[in-house]
Design a protein around this ligand. Structure first.
Ligand code: SAM
Ligand code: 2KA
Ligand code: SF4
Ligand code: MG
Length: 226
């Protein structure tokens, strides 16, 4: 499998966010994002020209090694990973780990949902942005919604996105047929903007009074790990 992608970093850590928090995961952070969230904690990833092109083969090898070292899944993140066609990468990762004891390593995707889905991720974490709303097919296919909270409007947006995800599922069975395990409803997470007291307070209070939501706290940052 030839080809390469701009890569900020790869690292073996624990998933610090969302439904799989605390699990051993290998991260591939692709470079490039033009969504422009003012509060992005990874702005250094935005310009793909600032990062090296890495071959799919090397990424697959690193992932296979991480799987042997205990990674339960690989996370494709960024930057905005779907700014690239990640299908060849998913194929390379699948092939490099298919002889693993537990079968091919699961592929998790972290995305804002503004670009077309490519590849066949096992798990899609959709983190929608108010200023750049997600595509309907991503709302239909995602396994979890993770909304970052800074102010009250983010809570209204989160509830709108939860409703939109249900609506999209009703009207768009095509994307569900592409992805196995697509639950009927996505798991719902609120994630405070990092180090924002207001965001923490708003997210805590909303989850406390709305039991279908859960709190995601970026535990890796509290632990001081990547
Ligand atoms: C850096 S983004 C990369 C993946 C993709 N571009 C996205 O936005 O989902 C990974 C996750 O971190 C979240 N995030 C980014 N900056 C954050 C911040 N300052 N506080 C809390 N979460 C943040 C994003 O919303 C997303 O869920
Ligand atoms: N440990 C750890 N967990 C994460 N979950 C999502 C991350 C991301 O930047 O996409 C991330 C990250 O950067 N580190
Ligand atoms: S979409 Fe993701 S990577 Fe891009 S600016 Fe927003 S949070 Fe950062
Ligand atoms: Mg991060």
């Amino acid at each position: 499998m030839t080809g390469n992608l701009p890569v900020v970093e790869t690292f073996h850590s624990l998933q610090g966010e969302g439904a799989h928090v605390g699990r051993s995961a290998f991260f591939i952070r692709l470079a490039g994002c033009d969504v422009g969230c003012s509060w992005c904690d990874t702005k250094h990833s935005w310009n793909s020209r600032n990062h090296p092109q890495i071959t799919l083969e090397q990424l697959a090898e690193e992932t296979a090694t991480a799987a042997k070292d205990g990674a339960a899944f690989v996370v494709l993140t960024g930057g905005e990973p779907l700014q690239h066609n990640i299908a060849p990468l998913c194929e390379a990762l699948h092939r490099a780990t298919e002889t693993n004891h537990g079968g091919p390593l699961a592929i998790h995707l972290e995305t804002s949902g503004v670009n077309q889905l490519s590849g066949v991720p096992t798990w899609i974490t959709l983190s929608p942005k108010r200023h750049a709303p997600p595509r309907t097919d991503l709302l239909a296919a995602c396994h979890e919604l993770k909304v970052v909270v800074h102010e009250t409007d983010d809570l209204n947006f989160a509830e709108d996105m939860a409703k939109a995800a249900l609506e999209a599922r009703k009207n768009d069975n095509a994307s569900q047929s592409r992805l196995s395990n697509t639950s009927k409803e996505p798991l719902l997470f609120l994630q405070p903007g990092w180090k924002t007291t207001r965001g923490q307070q708003l997210a805590f209070e909303h989850v406390q009074s709305h039991p279908h939501w859960r709190l995601s706290m970026q535990t890796h940052k509290w632990l001081g790990i990547r």
